[in-house]
Write a protein that binds this ligand. Structure first.
Ligand SMILES: Cc1cc2nc3c(=O)[nH]c(=O)nc-3n(C[C@H](O)[C@H](O)[C@H](O)COP(=O)(O)OP(=O)(O)OC[C@H]3O[C@@H](n4cnc5c(N)ncnc54)[C@H](O)[C@@H]3O)c2cc1C
Length: 432
């Protein structure tokens, strides 16, 4: 069951905007997305179009500034209402707010992105997983249901028909424009591929991979223990609800693993949307809790043993081989292992001039190179690592203040660091 609410001017409409040049652009720019991300999105849409048409649902592709093109399309179609999916990030919220001001038909927002609609899961910023977990679990019986079957619609009888989309040209233009960040092929776009990744042959749920999730998901040498579903969730090729429904069916066989998977893909993921939705300056140190802000400020002038430029970081040219391996993993494959993302972000805090610079570099690199980047999970990941969001204070130390610290020694206690560095070296020799 999806939750619906009026999509009107909302809490964070005054928030500053990040880069999005959509006016007149052939291929819109969106938060440093490149060929990797636009290619995945467009190829997924191309695969969706015939599925919709088989149900008599026409597919209109409009390009350019959505604040202009969506109201124009509504007018052209003489639409009776407009329905949008939920977005927790500023840019998506601003688009919805501005569109709401320009149309005079009902405009509803449906959260199909989460299992429990964000505003129903909680009506306020949650402190952490421990405060939102019980709220989510209490509401799961109401919302975690099978989707209604899609019925074939009556034939589209409007005089306004969609223009034919030249997919090849669209994809070619996107790939050319974003070529600095090339596509990857190990994860293929579209609903069918997402379902294969979930429970096809060797899929996450249908192989022995699920049974590794609770014990081995933090071991970068066992990447098969992870689901690889985040790009599908991000681009809407797979609903987190579908994955949760399928995983729940396996609880009697692998209770601990299913519960751990639901903790990540429902509780933690919805906590990320909760943070971004209720905290408009979600990527600023001002959004941190007082204990973190105060101690980061107290230590902002601490001497740094190593300071790297954005370029050095981007190229993976630091003194730390482990860090370089994870950076190169992300650049080459579009996916850094989840455990390494924490270490990676914390080292950026240690090796830059200020927490502000660290947050800026971390978000930039994450959004540019991760296929699942530009997502609430990414902003929370960076802010958890660098600003203690959803975490607690730890013993105070240089630069980090009370924000949780991680070092290579700790990694060595958890997993075979040299094996991971070798694994990535081998991975870099193969096409992504
Ligand atoms: C610095 C940093 C940056 C990150 N950037 C992103 C990002 O840009 N996009 C993104 O989707 N995730 C991000 N994460 C969260 C997490 O690392 C990824 O979701 C996960 O690695 C994706 O791989 P997977 O699908 O195989 O995950 P699995 O481990 O199989 O988990 C299943 C799903 O649970 C959710 N999930 C897992 N870990 C987290 C988490 N810590 N917080 C919230 N949800 C989680 C994801 O939706 C994921 O697809 C980041 C974490 C950190 C620390």
């Amino acid at each position: 069951m999806a939750g619906k609410r009026k999509a009107s001017a909302s809490e964070d409409s005054d928030a500053p905007q990040k880069s999005a040049k959509t006016e007149d652009a052939q291929v819109p720019e969106y938060l440093v997305a490149g060929a990797r991300q636009f290619g995945f999105m467009l190829r997924g849409l191309k695969l969706m179009q015939p599925k919709l048409e088989a149900l008599n649902i026409p597919f209109f592709m409009v390009k350019g500034d959505p604040i202009k093109t969506i109201p124009d399309l509504c007018k052209k179609l003489k639409a009776g209402c407009l329905v949008t999916d939920f977005a927790s990030l500023r840019l998506g919220r601003e688009w919805r707010d501005e569109i709401a001001k320009k149309i005079d038909i009902p405009f509803d927002e449906v959260d199909a992105h989460n299992v429990i609609p964000c505003w129903i899961a909680s009506d306020k910023r949650e402190y952490g997983a421990r405060t939102i977990r019980s709220k989510i679990h209490k509401k799961l019986p109401e919302f975690l249901h099978e989707f209604p079957k899609l019925e074939k619609q009556p034939k589209w009888d409007s005089k306004v028909k969609p223009d034919k989309v030249n997919w090849d040209a669209e994809i070619k233009a996107a790939l050319e424009k974003g070529k600095e960040v090339p596509e990857v092929t190990w994860v293929k776009p579209g609903e069918d591929e997402a379902m294969k990744m979930l429970n096809g042959k060797d899929g996450f749920l249908s192989s022995d991979r699920l049974k590794k999730f609770s014990k081995h998901r933090n071991d970068p040498n066992q990447p098969e223990a992870l689901s690889n579903l985040s790009p599908y969730y991000h681009f809407g090729h797979l609903a987190a609800q579908r994955a949760a429904l399928e995983a729940s069916k396996l609880r009697s066989k692998a209770k601990e693993d299913v519960d751990a998977f639901l903790e990540e893909s429902v509780v933690r993921r919805e906590l990320s949307d909760n943070y971004c939705f209720y905290v408009p300056n979600y990527d600023s140190i001002d959004a941190c809790y007082d204990w973190a802000k105060e101690s980061l400020n107290k230590h902002r002038d601490d001497p740094r043993e190593n300071v790297y430029t954005l370029e050095e970081l981007e190229k993976g040219e630091t003194h730390d081989e482990l860090w370089n391996a994870s950076q190169k993993e992300m650049v080459h494959t579009g996916k850094m292992h989840g455990f390494m993302r924490m270490y990676w972000a914390k080292k950026i805090l240690e090796w830059t001039n200020s927490p502000e610079e660290a947050i800026e570099f971390g978000i930039y690199l994450n959004d540019k190179w991760e296929l699942d980047g530009r997502d609430a999970n990414g902003y929370v990941g960076v802010m958890w690592s660098m600003g203690g969001i959803h975490d607690q204070g730890w013993s105070e130390r240089a630069i980090f203040g009370k924000v949780r610290y991680m070092n290579e020694k700790g990694c060595r206690r958890k997993f075979k660091v040299d094996e991971y560095i070798e694994l990535i070296k081998e991975r870099l020799k193969k096409p992504a």
